[in-house]
Design a protein around this ligand. Sequence first.
Ligand code: CP
Length: 331
Amino acid sequence: MRHLTRFADLGADGVERLIGRALSFKSGCIPDALRGRILILLFLAPSLRTRVSFQVAMARAGGSTIVLEAGGGMWPLETRVGVVMDQDRIEHIEEALGTLSRYGDALAVRVFAALESDALDLADPFLNRIRAGAGIPVISMESAAEHPCQGLADAMTIREHHPDSRQLPVLLRWVPHVKPLPKAVPNSFLLTAAALGCRITVSAPLGFELPASVIGAARTLAAARGGGVTESADPDCGLEGQQVLYIKSWGPSGDPGKPPPSGWHPDWRIGSDWLERTPAQALLLHCLPLRRNVEIEEAALRNPRCRIFDQAENRIYVQQAALEWLWESGT
Ligand code: CP
């Protein structure tokens, strides 16, 4: 039985294969493997794009979805092991999983990072428990460690503009926020862009470095395809040569939930003139949601080089490809 909760489930070859399938679905092919299937979407954190794009992906291919939200009509879930359940949590996650496994053909799950430590978030204990306990394939809709479907959609968006993305200059640029955010999206973007062989610069203020293990894994992936990964603490680092500008906020390194020790670096906000300092064809990407005029001045979002809605749309096709891959293994 296959699961897709982390980059390693696919590897670089799997990413290439799913992008190829996703591009064919965008051009009008319909995946047969989704017809008649039931996908259960379990949200333990809010969503707009992920929720709707999975529902659209299934509906357009003849499948159906059931959406369950924590606090939205489900019994409150207990997740601890060995606890005496005499308080307000009515159902244990183990019984919920056993039951859902009898109803659906796959389980899509969103959990957010605890933001207590990078090490704990990367270990992804809650999603891994769901993966181990579900009797059906599990697909991540974002976890503490990674957001693989977002990474695939980002890679597909790059591929649409750059059929050969090897050595493509890509900037993953930290931007300010009002609160610490998980590192799942930048982790997945970095790993997936590395799998495409891009030449990636990760630019973030001191104290906001991405986890060393993720940087190391991305370096290995990129090197195998002619690319590379470098880190910088300069907000304008190498801007002139970049072809893809991926902006995202994330929490401080090590202790991601703590307020940043040296503030939110408002000078790292993306100005409306920022794109003018890059090559004329450079793309501006962000996974959304974003906070206008905190992360980026809103005028920059109106630039035609801003492809955030392509990214959001491409979630539909990469998720169709991912579900086809999950179900082609015979489950
Ligand atoms: N990019 C993304 O996953 O969006 P949502 O949080 O709205 O699902």
